[in-house]
Design a protein around this ligand. Structure first.
Ligand SMILES: [Zn+2]
Ligand SMILES: [Zn+2]
Length: 458
């Protein structure tokens, strides 16, 4: 199975960034360098002051800034086709680029669902015109994500589907999942599972715990997720299949994945920035911006997720970027739809809440936020010489208020809205072309006072 990534491309980047801190944990690079990009490729990573800009190469002073390999988000909802009022391929990938992402994988729960080759091809076609960074598209596991008949997995794999997922809902019928794993043997492609036992989640709207009891709201227990992971890992072991578990939220789920990995199951998993940084305590506000599925859980769950990220039980970070229109999201908590945006805040939220307080190292964050392609067989971006340029330029010291300058996304249902965060992406290069420049950064460049205003980049 070969994942097809589509984007509109652009002029190959020609850049020299001098005296910049390059951090590429996978390559063991962590220090000051000059970085030269020619014709969209990493031409040289040299000692500071060693490289000169040739004609036609834009020179940037990187003092005090960091360059990381481009982030990869394996789980976004671009709402296209069907709900382009909430997000489209252009706005969604612009939001990705603004967050430092050089590649995203989109979920198929659109209108119509991506459950046949025609819908998949038309999305790939649209992305080749509209997408600012490369996008891969997953196809559904069952037709219409209805949990019944399987999609034509072999054909969809041939057309470059990134994988298969009924995300939004679980594959409730164990026999159906088993069948899909049997087809996986023919066509490859990971099955990405939204794990939730509908009988246990029932009509819950938040995590089942002290806070839900206090608020008198119906809860979704942690075991709704972990028991399904246990079931599906067993089926995958039996069928010798390959699973990727979406958005882990509970301590029991981390334990279930760890157990499966130790038993030799081919299983990977992801965690979102909001589950790593927030708990159900914030739901006391009854602000629908804190309503998502799976829900924010307890502090014990949150710390188990952080520990899972650190130990490697959790492979990568994914935003589960889920735009919703303002009208829909402004409903009372119980009625509001589940989901939050996340592309533009992922790095800064994790840097601010986990790296600055010393909970995890910057290199671990960079490693896990660039690892999202691996479960789908995509190589991680690298700053190695000769590779396609995929990186972001970040000012770690720059503070900003989420939402104050608006969003690139068409929706604004961010659970970090109004938060003061540190770490601002100034530029993203994706697939060899400059996909994003921070507005303030572009202005300062034009004025010839590059980086003079650091820390006031709002
Ligand atoms: Zn989901
Ligand atoms: Zn999702």
């Amino acid at each position: 199975m070969r994942v097809r990534l589509s984007s509109r491309g652009g002029a190959p980047a020609e850049l020299l960034i001098t005296n910049v801190h390059v951090l590429d944990p996978r390559a063991g690079v962590d220090g000051l360098h000059d970085l030269l990009v020619r014709d969209g490729e990493i031409a040289e990573v040299g000692a500071p002051g060693a490289l000169d800009a040739a004609d036609g190469v834009e020179s940037l002073d990187g003092e005090g800034l960091h360059v990381f390999p481009g982030f990869v988000d394996p789980h976004v909802h671009l709402r296209t086709p069907g709900r382009e009022d909430e997000e489209d391929l252009e706005s969604g990938t612009r939001a990705a680029a603004a967050g430092g992402f050089c590649c995203v994988l989109a979920m198929p729960n659109t209108e119509p669902v991506v459950d046949n080759a025609a819908v998949l091809q038309s999305l790939q076609q649209r992305a080749s015109i509209e997408a600012v960074v490369p996008v891969g598209f997953l196809a559904a596991i069952t037709k219409g994500q209805g949990g019944g008949e399987l999609v034509e997995m072999v054909e969809l794999a041939r057309e470059g589907a990134a994988g298969f997922s009924d995300d939004g809902v679980p594959v409730a019928d164990a026999r159906r999942l088993r069948q899909a794993l049997q087809y996986q043997r023919l066509c490859g492609g990971v099955l990405a599972l939204h794990e939730e036992d509908p009988a246990l989640s029932a009509d819950g709207v938040m995590h089942e715990g002290m806070t839900s009891a206090l608020l008198g709201l119906a809860g979704i227990p942690s075991i709704s997720e972990s028991t399904m992971i246990g079931r599906d890992a067993e089926i995958a072991r039996y069928e010798r299949g390959r699973l990727h578990i979406l958005h882990l939220s509970a301590a029991e789920s981390v334990a279930a994945v760890q157990h499966a990995k130790e038993a030799g199951v081919e299983i990977t998993c992801e965690v979102t920035p909001h589950h790593l940084t927030l708990t159900d305590d914030v739901v006391r506000s009854l602000d629908p911006r804190f309503k998502m599925n799976p829900p924010l859980r307890s502090e014990d769950d949150r710390s188990a997720l952080v520990e899972g990220l650190r130990s490697g039980v959790i492979d990568c970070i994914a935003t589960d970027h889920a735009p919703h229109s303002r009208e829909e999201k402004e409903a009372p908590f119980e009625q509001a739809p589940m989901g939050v945006t996340g592309l533009e805040t992922a790095f800064a939220a994790l840097y601010t809440d986990l790296v600055i307080p010393g909970v995890i190292d910057l290199s671990l964050l960079v490693e896990r936020i660039t690892a999202g392609g691996a479960p789908y067989g995509l190589a991680a971006p690298t700053l190695a010489r000769g590779s396609r340029a995929n990186f972001c330029l970040v000012d770690l010291d720059a503070g900003w208020t989420v939402g104050e300058a608006g969003y690139e996304s068409r929706s604004e249902n961010s659970c970090f809205a109004g938060r003061e965060l540190n770490g601002r992406v100034l530029m993203t290069v994706a697939a060899g072309t400059v996909a994003y420049r921070d507005r303030g950064f572009a202005i300062r460049l034009a004025e010839g006072t590059v980086f003079a205003g650091r820390g006031t980049n709002r």
